[in-house]
Design a protein around this ligand. Structure first.
Ligand code: GDP
Ligand code: GDP
Length: 436
């Protein structure tokens, strides 16, 4: 499970600036997908090979900056409760304030690992002004500059000290179960779907949560294919069924999505694609996981609603065009066979093997059919391609002057590769490596 870092502090100290800096590199990947609106509160970050989730509590605060701790929005408390590490942001230019002291008191009681940062400290690493922040009783203040990117790496190293590097994932996963996450807003029918599955399929065993960092996973088997269901709904076993006892948690959703091979994105047919759905879909796109969109509660809507729904999916989930859309009723047990087939197909696509000779031949055919445009004085030369990863599949194209390949041309190549390998339900990433 990815560690979770919450950014906490009074308004204007630079939390959003820090958030943007910590999540920037990931944002760039999905910068220009139509319809994708970013959730400013949650993002993915990375330090070397270590990945983490960042929560910016800034947007959760009440507008007025009075009595922040008393009024500290419920979400901020929830964010702190869900975080593994709290980064407390203060501002050296406005100095230590009474609000900072209040927040420090709250954080000391929260019993979390807290990293104290003093922001806006560009060019002030040795300034005596940093000294007063010791008074907060939260240890060594880390001087950083979110705006200029100073001190960020050592901040992250301190924050992630207790979290080991991710182990290299083996590429071949043939006998491993397909890890499956069901994501969606509250009341969309996650628990109903999971219980329906468990009622229909052979339930082999189940794990109960050990520590709070362990998600529940439920092993399932269907037609000889093993699955492992990762909980996103805060499920607890109650008698024969699972019941959602925790409230909806974005952090749980993010962690489960990151941990899954395939995500079933549930949308409520009676509501259409809401902002929250679009945000969750954005996390799924970021994660690179395979995805199947399942429109639930199909049993209760009329033909007019169906039309509206189709339009809202086209408009608001345009960036998930590669994902198949299925219509189901978790309650009435309708459409579940096709859903399983789509999950299996998405997984097969996401883990598809793409031999270098085939990729290189496809690349040459594509260039022959339509050559990339000249950029400045040089024309990009696409020489060969190999597979750089799975789930999501990554195709790395080697050549010269590849920085001149346009986004449009990249999409053209993507479409050719997709067609050949019949990829469904998985994003495909294409990267370029120019020879020097
Ligand atoms: P938030 O309310 O805590 O999210 O704070 P913001 O991220 O919106 O930043 C508040 C103001 O501080 C903005 O005008 C930022 O440009 C500025 N700021 C943020 N980080 C730095 C920094 O490292 N140095 C300086 N000088 N200004 C900063
Ligand atoms: P969760 O919060 O996502 O776990 O949602 P639940 O599984 O608790 O479902 C919320 C409500 O939607 C419950 O009243 C369910 O009975 C209802 N529901 C779930 N699936 C369907 C469905 O396919 N059709 C209809 N009509 N209702 C459903």
């Amino acid at each position: 499970m990815k560690p979770v870092i919450a950014l906490v502090g009074r308004p204007n100290v630079g939390k959003s600036t820090l958030f943007n800096r910590l999540t920037k590199s990931r944002d760039a990947i999905v910068a220009d997908y139509a319809g994708l609106t970013r959730d400013r509160h949650y993002g993915d970050g990375r330090l070397g090979t270590r990945e983490f989730i960042v929560i910016d509590t800034g947007g959760f605060e009440p507008d007025s900056s009075t009595g922040i701790v008393k009024e500290m929005a419920k979400q901020t408390k929830q964010a702190v409760a869900e975080a593994d590490i709290v980064v407390f942001v203060t501002d050296v230019r406005s100095g230590l304030s009474a609000q900072d002291a209040d927040i420090a008191r709250f954080l000391r009681q929260a019993n979390k690992r807290v990293i104290l940062t003093v922001n806006k400290a560009e060019g002030m690493v040795d300034s005596p002004l940093l000294g007063e922040f010791w008074e907060l009783g939260l240890g060594n203040p880390h001087p950083i500059s979110s705006a200029h990117g100073q001190g960020i790496r050592s901040l992250l190293e301190a924050a992630l000290e207790d979290f080991p590097e991710d182990e290299e994932e083996e590429i071949s996963a043939e006998d491993k179960p397909i890890r499956l996450a069901v994501a969606g807003r509250p009341n969309v029918g996650k628990s109903t779907l999971i219980n329906t599955w468990l009622g229909e399929e052979r339930l082999i065993a189940f794990d109960m949560p050990g520590t709070t960092r362990d998600a529940i996973t439920v092993p399932l088997e269907r037609n000889g294919q093993k699955f492992e269901l990762i909980d996103t709904a805060g499920l607890r076993r109650k008698g024969k069924v699972f019941e959602a006892i925790e409230k909806f948690s974005v952090v749980k959703t993010l962690q489960a999505v990151a941990d899954a091979n395939v995500v079933v994105l549930l949308v409520d047919a009676t509501i259409g694609v809401s902002d929250q759905d679009a945000h969750i879909a954005g996390y799924v796109l970021d994660s690179g996981r395979a995805v199947v969109i399942a429109i639930n509660k199909w049993d209760v809507i009329d033909s007019y609603q169906r039309q509206m729904l189709e339009r809202s999916i086209e408009q608001r989930l345009a960036f998930l065009k590669f994902a198949p859309v299925l219509h189901i009723s978790a309650l009435k047990r309708q459409g579940l066979g096709p859903l399983w087939d789509a999950i299996a197909a998405a997984h097969a696509s996401a883990t598809c093997k793409m031999p270098t000779p085939v990729l290189t031949r496809l690349l040459h055919e594509a260039v022959e059919h339509q050559a990339p445009k000249r950029g400045g004085t040089s024309r990009p030369k696409l020489r060969y391609a190999h597979q750089g990863g799975m789930n999501p599949p990554i195709i790395i194209i080697h050549g010269n002057a590849l920085e001149h390949v346009t986004e449009v041309y990249k999409r053209y190549l993507e479409a050719r590769f997709r067609e050949h390998f019949r990829l469904v339900g998985t994003p495909l990433r294409i990267e370029f490596k120019s020879a020097r």
